[in-house]
Design a protein around this ligand. Structure first.
Ligand code: GYE
Length: 326
């Protein structure tokens, strides 16, 4: 591993060179004697599909920079094969810890086993894998997506308490992704009254363009849509464009509930174009750094760390928006 050392770090590096106590080289839990300066982390990001993702990337880079930990970063452009390639390259480079946000839930066992065999601990951030062997990763840091779907559903139950028939269209996240699977499931856990009908459900891949395109098709084939449930703000924002282009008023003619609460989504909520947002925090950087430091120092880490989140009505959004970090 080639690193740039200055001052204290250089002295520490020399000591390590003399005593042979470096944390790198896939030695995993034995590292850390030289402090954070010696740690190298490989992070395989999903892509740059949404405002949430951009905020997540920015926060992770900031946190590692502040901690003085070298971060190797790759963007998989929403493709599992790219993420697998990135992880294999981190294994080859013998980084100390690999962290990644799995684009889909399934199909990770082989590459995770390769990391384990190389002695490199893996931390899952944001999204889960469906591997039955939990020893393939040390920790999973991220939101409870089922709960998010339930929160969206609870708002729907209250909002449409007096309605007789409610036609819902669903803009799903990336097919096979944990937040798409779980947000669909959570919503259905609570929206159980037979008056609710999901008349159409399709993936918009968590992007604004995808949300717009799918919503245009939904509007053409469904004359009476009462509600859009979008698995993230970006798809909801795309849906708003499609609804307006069809001559309808988003937030009034068609109600919209989304997940994330990024600034653009919150602005649309304040503007009355979205009706309710379930928060999903992308600010995982500091917690990830802490996990990495503990893992490298050989300390125990929690297997599951759940992000704390809230929900926003239009009034609450107006109050929160000026101080919103993402
Ligand atoms: O909600 C969406 C992003 O995995 C929680 O991915 C994340 C989701 C987030 O594209 O906007």
């Amino acid at each position: 591993m080639i690193k740039k050392f200055t001052g204290v770090a250089a002295t520490a590096a020399m000591l390590i060179a003399l005593t042979g106590c470096a944390g790198g080289g896939g030695s995993g839990a034995q590292g850390g004697e030289g402090g954070s300066e010696d740690i190298v982390v490989g992070f395989a990001q999903v892509g740059a599909e949404s405002g949430w993702r951009t905020a997540n990337t920015t926060d992770i880079k900031r946190a590692f920079e502040e901690a003085g930990i070298e971060l190797k970063f790759s963007d998989a452009q929403q493709k599992q094969e790219n993420q697998i390639k990135a992880i294999r390259s981190y294994i080859q480079q013998q980084v100390d810890v690999i962290a990644f946000s799995p684009v889909v839930e399934s199909g990770w066992d082989t590459v995770l086993k390769e990391a384990k065999d190389a002695g490199i601990p893996v931390v899952l951030t944001d999204r889960a894998v469906d591997s039955e062997d939990e020893s393939l990763y040390v920790s999973f840091l991220g939101s409870d997506f089922v709960l998010e779907g339930e929160r969206a559903g609870e708002w729907v139950n209250t909002e449409f308490a007096d309605a007789d028939q409610v036609n819902i269209v669903e803009l799903q996240g990336t097919t096979g992704a944990a937040p798409a699977n779980d947000r669909a499931e959570g919503f259905r856990n609570v929206v159980t009254d037979p008056k609710f009908e999901v008349v159409a459900s399709q993936t918009g891949d968590f992007t604004r363009a995808g949300g717009k395109q799918v919503m245009e098709a939904f509007l053409k084939s469904n004359p009476d849509i009462d509600l859009v449930y979008a698995h993230n703000d970006d798809m909801g924002l795309g849906a708003i464009e499609a609804i307006e282009a069809a001559g309808l008023v988003p937030g009034e003619d068609i109600k919209i509930v989304t997940v994330d609460a990024v600034k653009d989504g919150m602005q649309a909520l304040v503007d009355g174009k979205i009706n309710f947002i379930v928060e999903c925090s992308p600010l995982l950087g500091d917690q990830l750094v802490e996990i990495v430091q503990k893992v490298v120092a050989g300390e125990d880490v929690e297997k599951r760390i759940v992000t704390e989140e809230t929900t926003f009505t239009q009034e609450q959004a107006a109050e929160a928006l000026p101080n919103r970090q993402y």
